[in-house]
Design a protein around this ligand. Structure first.
Ligand code: COA
Length: 327
């Protein structure tokens, strides 16, 4: 498989014409990964990657819902990644702001039985038994600092709950570059370092972390390289739907193995200043156990306001700061 920066994966030799994908093909491809009735599944997607899908994005969603059955739940990103200009959150209307991460995700967001979580950059949309449970707490989530504000991947955010409930993490026809799960891992890593620090050292460490629109350190291991390494270790199972390659693994397996890779050789994955900031590498199994315990790792910080965001929203000339590049 080759991958481009657009996040689209291509299968060498695959023909672009002549393949028609049905709802049953989608379900069969997911069952082949190991997904079963009652499961909780999060997926990133490219509609076009499969070939011609009979019935379009709704067919894909119905295929996913069939794969998990009435007791299961399907979750997709409904992120707003473009035209984020002005004070944090001002670009986001919970009811009307479209998802910018694919037609399948936007189609789910617009379904009458779907629920969207409330967040200006990293909302998700869900349908099925746990739809409300996964999405509702996002608005009140807080306590883990990140460049996307303290709620994005915080305690009780959708990604936090998906990790705690060990959901399936699926990539449908997209490259490893789109693995947003790595942002959850990064946030967990930063939080774990701050949690481990002494009371007297914590403010200094916290002040160095990059916030929305600001400067600072942030651990950002190469997601493509991490995905390939996880594949090589057999963490991701592989399947196909039409001409698309599908990868799937449990959240906790991805997180544990990615944490191990990064902590075994921090210099190979993280910038020097991040390695220095972190100090002694974290223990991956201990970190994962803490964050995926039934109640999760409790929030370290109390927010000043909803979406508590300590970054800049205007540049030095007073113009709004655009945040196009943060995925
Ligand atoms: C960017 C991305 C969405 C593009 O994938 P895509 O397949 O080109 O786009 P969509 O999934 O929105 O589907 C629309 C495409 O499907 C095509 N399409 C429409 N109906 C179709 C059908 N019945 N069957 C197949 N394709 C169809 C459309 O023509 C359009 O292609 P075009 O732009 O070439 O005209 C995808 O590569 C990706 O990265 N997805 C993951 C995004 C994500 O989750 N990011 C997380 C943070 S990085």
């Amino acid at each position: 498989m080759t991958a481009s920066n657009t996040g689209r994966a291509t299968v060498p030799g695959a023909r672009t014409a002549g393949i028609t994908v049905t709802r049953r093909d989608v379900t069969a491809g997911l069952h082949h990964l190991g997904i079963a009735s009652g499961d909780l599944v999060f997926f990133h997607s490219s509609l076009k990657s499969m070939g011609h899908v009979e019935g379009g994005p709704d067919t894909v969603l119905d295929g996913f819902l069939d794969a998990v059955g009435e007791q299961g739940t399907v979750v997709v990103p409904a992120f707003k990644l473009t035209e984020r200009i002005g004070p944090f959150g001002s670009w986001y209307d919970h009811e009307t702001t479209p998802s910018t991460v694919g037609l399948i995700t936007e189609t789910l967001r617009c379904r009458v039985d779907a629920v969207r979580s409330h967040h200006p950059t990293h909302s998700v949309a869900a349908a099925g038994r746990l739809a409300l449970a996964v999405t509702a707490p996002h608005r009140a989530a807080f306590g883990r600092i990140s460049p996307w504000c303290d709620a994005a991947f915080a305690h009780n955010s959708p990604f936090d709950l998906l990790a705690r409930w060990d959901a399936w993490y699926v990539l449908l026809g997209v490259s490893f570059q789109v693995q947003t799960i790595m942002h959850y891992l990064e946030t967990m890593l930063v939080d774990a370092v701050l949690r481990r620090a002494t009371e007297s050292d914590r403010p200094r460490l916290m002040a160095s972390v990059r916030r929305w629109g600001g400067e600072g350190i942030w651990p950002a291991p190469d997601r493509t390289r991490l995905g390939e390494a996880l594949c090589a270790r057999g963490v991701y199972a592989r399947s196909t739907i039409g001409q698309a390659t599908v990868y799937g693994a449990r959240f906790q397996s991805v997180l544990l193995h990615a944490l191990r890779l990064v902590m075994d050789a921090p210099q190979a994955w993280l910038a020097n200043e991040v390695v220095t900031w972190m100090g002694t590498p974290l223990n991956p199994a201990r970190v994962l156990a803490e964050y995926t315990a039934p109640d999760g790792a409790p929030p370290l910080m109390i927010p000043a306001a909803s979406y508590s965001c300590a970054g800049r929203s205007r540049d030095t000339q007073g113009k709004p700061v655009a945040q196009e590049s943060l995925g």
